[in-house]
Design a protein around this ligand. Structure first.
Ligand SMILES: Nc1ncnc2c1ncn2[C@@H]1O[C@H](COP(=O)(O)OP(=O)(O)OP(=O)(O)O)[C@@H](O)[C@H]1O
Length: 277
């Protein structure tokens, strides 16, 4: 653990991408990506299908290397550190979590400490780790469900359990890949509230959330990056970035953007030249 701690820097930005490109089968998937995410910032990556959002998130999660350019995650440069060790500092919430066995919520949360999908053989949590799992389960509104098993959980409960799983390893960077996928409106709202609460319970965590839908942005989102055909079309503080013009340009369709009580709405409409109200 001491060795793993030493590969990251507490004072570095959570993420720094310089002139990043990613090429597959001679096809550019990402080009000219520049991005800096500081501790405590909450970014959203938005863009149409195939824009490269998941590919970008994979790099931010130390899952893949860039073809060119540099990516520093928590101060550690990809290519110079062991990705597996770096990933222990990153909480990655994937709603398509490939668990098939009947682990309890508590056991699922504890797998966040081992970085495995299932419970590893010959590994047992300490009492303190079990307490920490139970505290997070409570924090995410799942108290009383600790013993419920994965196959019996609703999609919304799974989403919240996966956030608890990501948080148990005390990551400095939290990646949320379309966390509202498959949720009904009530479950989505509960999940967004949960994510908003992290801002006060875990104020130093930086987060990146990928979504297609402006309606799925938590009110705590501070910044946005718009991606189209593998290129950034706009990025910066959310108020300046999510506008009718910028979203219409990114999605190549006239879309009217409005904001009310910190939540965003997008509707087909005429692209106007003024920023979102
Ligand atoms: N390993 C790969 N080999 C070849 N092409 C790939 C690979 N991974 C992704 N792509 C292509 O790169 C492009 C971007 O894919 P990516 O999944 O990152 O987009 P996305 O914005 O997340 O899309 P969606 O919103 O549909 O999930 C797509 O055209 C995809 O087909």
């Amino acid at each position: 653990m001491t060795l793993q701690r030493s590969i990251i820097s507490d004072s570095a930005p959570a993420l720094e991408l310089h002139d990043v490109s990613f090429v597959r089968n001679k096809r550019p998937i990402l080009s000219d990506i520049k991005l800096t995410v500081e501790a405590g910032e909450h970014w959203a990556i938005l863009g149409p299908n195939g824009a490269g959002k998941s590919t970008l998130l994979a790099m931010c999660g130390a899952v893949s290397h860039p073809t060119s350019g540099t990516v520093r995650v928590l101060g550690a440069q990809l290519g110079r550190v062991e990705l597996q060790a770096l990933r222990t500092h990153i909480g990655h919430v994937n709603p398509r979590h490939p668990l098939t066995s009947g682990l309890s919520i508590q056991e699922v949360v504890l797998t966040g400490l081992t970085g495995t999908i299932d419970r590893p053989m010959r590994w047992g949590p300490t009492d303190a780790q079990v307490r920490s799992a139970d505290e997070l389960i409570d924090l995410l509104g799942l108290a009383g469900k600790t013993e419920s098993t994965w196959p019996t959980l609703s999609q919304g409960e799974r989403g919240r359990a996966l956030i608890a799983r990501a948080l148990i390893a005390e990551p400095q960077l939290l990646l949320l890949d379309e966390p509202s996928t498959g949720l009904d409106v009530a479950a989505r709202e509960q999940l967004l509230e949960t994510i908003d609460n992290l801002d006060s319970t875990h104020p130093h965590i930086a987060s990146i959330l990928v979504t297609h839908h402006l309606e799925e942005l938590p009110t705590s989102t501070t910044h946005a990056l718009l991606l189209s055909h593998g290129r950034i079309t706009m990025q910066g503080p959310i108020q300046q970035t999510l506008t009718t013009d910028s979203i219409s340009h990114c999605f190549e369709h006239p879309i009217s953007v409005t904001q009310h009580d910190g939540r965003w709405t997008a509707r087909a409409g005429k692209a106007a030249s003024s920023p979102a109200a």
